[in-house]
Design a protein around this ligand. Sequence first.
Ligand SMILES: *Cc1c(COP(=O)(O)O)cnc(C)c1O
Length: 411
Amino acid sequence: MARINDHYLKLKAGYLFTEIARRVKSFQAAHPEAKIIRLGIGDVTQPLAPAVVRGLHAAVDEMASTETFRGYGPEPGYDFLTELIATSDYRERGIAMSPDEIFVSDGGKSDSANIQEIFAPDCVVAVMDPVYPVYVDSNVMAGRAGALDEAGRYSDFLYLPCTADNGFQPALPSRHVDLIYLCYPNNPTGAVMTRETLARWIDYARRERAVILYDAAYEAYVREAGVPRSIYEVAGAREVAIEFRSFSKTAGFTGTRCAFTVVPKDLHGRSGAGESVSLNALWLRRQSTKFNGVPYIVQRAAAAVYTEEGRRQVRGQIDYYMDNAAIIRAGVEAVGLTAYGGRNAPYIWVKTPRGVSSWEFFDKLLTEAHVVGTPGAGFGPSGEGYFRLTAFGRRDQTEEAVDRIKKRLTL
Ligand SMILES: *Cc1c(COP(=O)(O)O)cnc(C)c1O
């Protein structure tokens, strides 16, 4: 028998969503008449914008004729898309960016999981707690985790607790780390990081020669002026940060698949021999070896997001979700709960009442209001005592869920 990668055995079981499904199923079996509303999923529900669908159709037609048919495309993405991204998402907002710093991909999930491959196995990793599990699990698989303790933390990671006490903006590491995963606007807490705090992280990374892996999948949800949408809005970031972005939450591409990662040419790592090595060159090498590009038709669909019509339609979708977020936040606050997020992110992070664990609150909401959310503890030990509701549902269901919370939830 071939020897397996033993690091996989250190992964925690995919417990969270299977356990939620199990509890929902058993409740539904006992109460077949209950109309359960799911405010737990992190997936969008609105269809692709008409401009995007039109771009997709036109590209499909191109594929149907010999003159315009496309086979393999450039691994980092077609120029028409990388140029649009560099211009529309960065240069027009006053951020220097070159198209060859943009790498188009099939997802922020795969990129944020794969990026660690270009770094040494003994790099020290810092992750937020609570956290999007991809950053943690990909580093567990790569052997950077050490042993798992009772509380659910790995011995070799540095955890950055994000709680109401620190405004969900973690303190700087008290020791040296090499790789820092930050996600803002945050999933699951819905928090944003201020420019001042981000500047302190960039200072830390420059001092420690660390790399910040900045997940900006929710940048389009930022509403308040002055909140950074890109880490490169802050001076010095080009030398220390990689940024992940995605069309998934921005334009409803969760099932269509298109994202991009920015690796500035000013960003370098160090080889074993002590030489400075371009991370842009390494990531290009990695992608061109292991990835064959996003389908042409999907890149055309992504390009359509940047047309005037596309922008307007996509903004309308985000407005729709953010109106849901406001409805949810106002609703839970009206029953006396403390809520965070939902202002620059599609997530509302609810504090459970004193002494009620996040799984107890899950059961309470399910049995009393027939509403499903996600227990904060599922995102990490510091998520205990919190509960995530998402704004990605349909309006009528969101309103109905809030109505039930107001009428039926006993606190
Ligand atoms: C949804 C999400 C993404 C985007 O993932 P895709 O693979 O592009 O669909 C990235 N990061 C976080 C934190 C997310 O919640």
